[in-house]
Design a protein around this ligand. Sequence first.
Ligand SMILES: NC(=O)C1=CN([C@@H]2O[C@H](COP(=O)(O)OP(=O)(O)OC[C@H]3O[C@@H](n4cnc5c(N)ncnc54)[C@H](OP(=O)(O)O)[C@@H]3O)[C@@H](O)[C@H]2O)C=CC1
Ligand SMILES: CC(C)CCC[C@@H](C)[C@H]1CC=C2C3=C(CC[C@@]21C)[C@@]1(C)CC[C@H](O)C(C)(C)[C@@H]1CC3
Length: 418
Amino acid sequence: MASPQGLQAPQEFGGPLGAAALMLLLPATTLHLLLAVRSGPARLLGPPAHLPGLSELWSPRVLLLLLTWLGLQAALYLLPARKVAEGLELKDKSRLRYPINGFQALMLTVLLVGLGVSGGLPLGALAEMLLPLASVATLTTFIFSVLLYMKAQVTPTSGLAPRGNSGNLLYDFFMGRELNPRIGSFDFKYFFELRPGLIGWVLINLALLLREAELRGSPSLAMWLVNGFQLLYVGDALWYEEAVLTTMDITHEGFGFMLAFGDLVWVPFTYSLQAHFLLYHPQPLGLPRALLICLINAAGYYIFRGANSQKNTFRKNPSDPSVAGLETIPTATGKRLLVSGWWGMVRHPNYLGDLIMALAWSLPCGTSHLLPYFYFLYFIVLLVHREARDELHCLQKYGRAWHAYCQRVPYRIVPYIY
Ligand SMILES: NC(=O)C1=CN([C@@H]2O[C@H](COP(=O)(O)OP(=O)(O)OC[C@H]3O[C@@H](n4cnc5c(N)ncnc54)[C@H](OP(=O)(O)O)[C@@H]3O)[C@@H](O)[C@H]2O)C=CC1
Ligand SMILES: CC(C)CCC[C@@H](C)[C@H]1CC=C2C3=C(CC[C@@]21C)[C@@]1(C)CC[C@H](O)C(C)(C)[C@@H]1CC3
């Protein structure tokens, strides 16, 4: 069942063929990275040292562990929230309500895990279970995406996403048909975007740190830095949880295989690659280099947070004193575009800050291997592609005003370079 508007929307990611290729390539890449990272040569490119058997990829105990984790995070999501925020206006003029309790869920998880570890829970053992966990999570994602696809069959047209309703099964399954799939007030896209995968990433990092302490007596400085930087990133995402309601994923993307896999598999298992690498390939790191890397991460965070907060404040209340003095240009929609401050430097200053942080997360792993730089390299591709998609949306939305903005601010992500 295709919506007329969906049929006209240009297809992304290379259409059905691209979507099919990605659905094979993404799980295969995750598997390859998890095998390569623990092998001696730790090669990013080239065949893996061995192909795993079924017993290395699947166990009912691991499935139970994953389901318990999802259940715990769902329960924390349902706890009373300090605030309930409204999302942007939908096509039918309604607004959905979202609980703002992500940071609380992170803190409660840390507390529960802390109590567990002090009571003898062998969290370090998780480090040895990442391969079967990732493959079980991949299988779960496929099954879950089928359920999401079926649920969209009975969703009214106004609830469908602009892109994922072309009528091609493979493409729509990948892109996601329904914009905001919910059961009652439980919003699946919002929940998966910020909870089990993002908090799971922190937990995996911590398990790798504890495993390193078990093996070598104490965690290395490099391991501390990677854990600290990424905890800051996840803590920030959950502290500013409300801001996710204006991101492209929540406002535009359907919830299908792409986001479900990204949230549940890609983020926790590939974003933790640096800590995973350090467990099997310890790297010496002196204090002066560690300080320099901290400075790079701080600079990236400063730009990332400054840019995201400036835009969010401006979109929520343009007369807020912190943004009221900034220069803007009007658009035909009634909304204005910032042309000074962070958004006058490049058209995506938040991506620039994010990329600088991505580099800082890999640097503690030294320069002997390319593998721990995977996240940085993938992130360049993701953000360049994302920027192009956003550019197209903004051009369609703002027309001439967007052209004027591009003339005023000619660089996209990196000043004077790109
Ligand atoms: N770690 C990861 O894997 C990932 C991280 N991210 C991060 O997520 C964050 C959100 O990114 P994303 O959702 O892509 O988009 P952005 O937060 O960059 O939002 C883009 C939107 O901002 C508005 N905008 C653009 N220019 C201006 C301007 N000059 N003045 C005012 N508003 C403007 C437009 O929407 P409108 O005008 O309608 O408000 C545009 O569609 C980023 O920090 C990014 O780095 C993203 C993807 C993956
Ligand atoms: C590999 C696939 C082709 C693409 C998968 C993309 C997803 C992994 C990302 C799409 C947008 C994301 C965001 C974050 C994590 C990665 C995914 C899900 C984010 C939650 C990370 C923390 C940030 O502070 C944020 C701004 C909240 C991010 C929002 C977008």
